[in-house]
Every structure is written in structure tokens, then in C-alpha cells.
Design a protein around this ligand. Structure first.
Ligand SMILES: [Zn+2]
Ligand SMILES: [Zn+2]
Length: 274
């Protein structure tokens, strides 16, 4: 089982990193975790054509994790895929997908009118998830676990066990005891590090000062000094860092993580396989 880091970025547009998204695969069985900006292009670069775009597991409904869900949904249909698009996600996913289909309705109907053989509308099958085992598919067991991203609730991370390997993906979270419990002993822990000291500030952005903004946003993400503690707490055999802000310096992130974690550390780059 392998994971391809399709997008290792954060909300700010960054030419070097696409939005959050990870492909997990064992043989032909594939799972896509999140659908951040640019995920379609990255799937193609990873060798997955639109007709075959896999089921999607959404960690939480922050827009940086879902913004290209509509692109995936409509593009696989445009190229001829009629099998239902599987979307798994927290409570609220059904409503979000219904609104997305409503937004795409005009495009869907104008395209259908242009087609000669009667074409059905795109089918989507949504499963709203809770903590626990979600599915066993193609030799892979997929589990969801709650993480701490308040006020975004529920927010999940995912664990994949298959092919003699285990992987956990944190989603967005502050350091989470529950994540450490669920990712105990994994071969690879793919963990967020949204370094809020690198955020920008503008008058009217919702915070009176940059200090206030950093404090608030740092409280629901994992900051560099906590990375190593989380990886060590989970007993992960390898730490892979993702959800990286444009201003973050990879060597600095690795330096922080090393202070409390002895295992190998990969600072994620787009399209790197782990
Ligand atoms: Zn988030
Ligand atoms: Zn995020």
C-alpha cells in the first residue's frame, strides 16, 4: 500500500503546493482523501485518468479540503463515467453534495441536451461517517477517527491497513490524543502542520491584529514544536508532514520535529510517494 501526496499545501494559493489531497492505493484499489485545489491535475499526474477517479473521503468541510469536489464529480461524468461517485464524509456531506449538484445543474443540463444518446445525470452516493471502521475494500481496511479541529465538528482523520502496511492521515487538527491512539504504531503518519506564524493579515479580515489571528488559528492546527511529540506519541515509524503554509521552511519544520521524534521525517512535496 502506498500514498501519493497530491497536494501538500494550505488555504493560501501557492504555486509550489496544491491544496490538501492524498491518494492511497493498494494495487487497483484507490482512495482519495480530500479534494483540495488542483486535485484533478494531480491525479492525472499520478497516472489516474478522470474516468477512473476514485472514491473520495472528506476529512472535514473547510473549503481548502473540498473546493475541487465539484471538478472531480463533473469531469468524471463528462468523460463518460456513469457509475455513482462515492463520497464519504462527516455529517453535512449530503447537504453539501446536494448544493454542489444544484450549482452544477445548469452545466449538467446544457451538456445532456448536447448529447445524442440519452444520458443520465451524474450519480453520487454519499455516506456520512462516524468514528470506526468504514469499509474493507480490495484488501484495505479504512477507519475514521475523530480529531480536534474545533470549532469544526465533526472533523476526522483516516487510517488505512492493507498489504502489510498501515498509514494514517490526520486531516486538520491540533495535537490530538485520539489521533495518537488510532494511529498507534503506523508505518506512516501523514500529519498536518499549518504554521500560523506564516499567516497574513489585512484590516477587516476578522481579527483586530495579526497576533490575535495567529493565536486563534494556531489553536486548531498543529504547530511545528508539537509535530515530534505527536509522531512519538503515536509510535509512528515515519512522519510525513503536510498542509504546509507558503512561508514555512522545510528544514525548520524538520528541525522542530526532530527535537522530540527519533524516526525518519519527510517534509511533504507534491507527488511524492510514501
Ligand atoms: Zn480545516
Ligand atoms: Zn485545511
Amino acid at each position: 500500500m502506498r500514498a501519493v501526496l497530491l497536494g501538500t499545501g494550505a488555504p493560501p494559493p501557492n504555486p509550489a503546493r496544491r491544496g490538501p489531497s492524498t491518494l492511497v492505493a493498494l494495487g487497483r484499489e484507490q482512495f482519495l482523501v480530500d479534494a483540495g485545489s488542483g486535485v484533478g491535475v494531480q491525479l492525472v499526474r499520478a497516472g489516474v485518468r478522470p474516468y477512473d477517479w476514485p472514491r473520495v473521503l472528506i476529512t472535514h468541510h473547510h473549503s481548502d479540503h473540498t473546493i475541487d469536489l465539484g471538478h472531480l464529480l463533473i469531469t468524471r461524468w463528462i468523460v463518460g463515467q456513469n457509475a455513482p461517485f462515492e463520497v464519504w464524509g462527516p455529517a453535512g456531506t449530503k447537504r453539501q453534495v446536494e448544493k454542489l449538484l444544484d450549482y452544477l445543474d445548469w452545466d449538467i443540463e446544457i451538456r445532456r441536451a448536447h448529447m445524442h444518446a440519452g444520458r443520465s445525470r451524474p450519480a453520487v452516493h454519499v455516506t456520512e461517517i462516524e468514528e470506526g471502521t468504514l469499509m474493507e475494500a480490495g484488501g484495505v481496511t479504512v477507519s475514521a477517527f475523530a480529531v480536534d479541529h474545533d470549532p469544526v465538528k465533526p472533523a476526522f482523520g483516516f487510517r488505512f491497513d492493507g498489504g502489510g502496511r498501515s498509514l494514517a492521515i490526520s486531516g486538520d487538527t491540533r495535537p490530538s490524543e485520539n489521533l495518537m491512539k488510532w494511529s498507534r504504531g503506523v508505518d506512516v503518519l501523514i500529519h498536518e502542520c499549518c504554521e500560523m506564524a506564516k499567516t497574513s493579515w489585512a484590516p477587516g479580515c476578522g481579527w483586530a491584529s495579526i497576533e490575535e489571528k495567529i493565536r486563534d488559528l494556531a489553536s486548531y492546527h498543529t504547530q511545528p514544536p508539537d509535530l515530534g511529540r505527536v509522531a512519538a506519541g503515536a509510535g509512528a515509524k515515519q512522519l510525513v508532514v503536510t498542509h504546509i503554509m507558503p512561508g514555512s521552511v522545510p528544514d525548520e519544520l524538520a528541525g522542530h520535529a526532530k527535537a522530540q521524534y527519533q524516526g525518519p521525517i519527510v517534509i511533504g512535496e507534491d507527488l511524492v510517494e510514501v
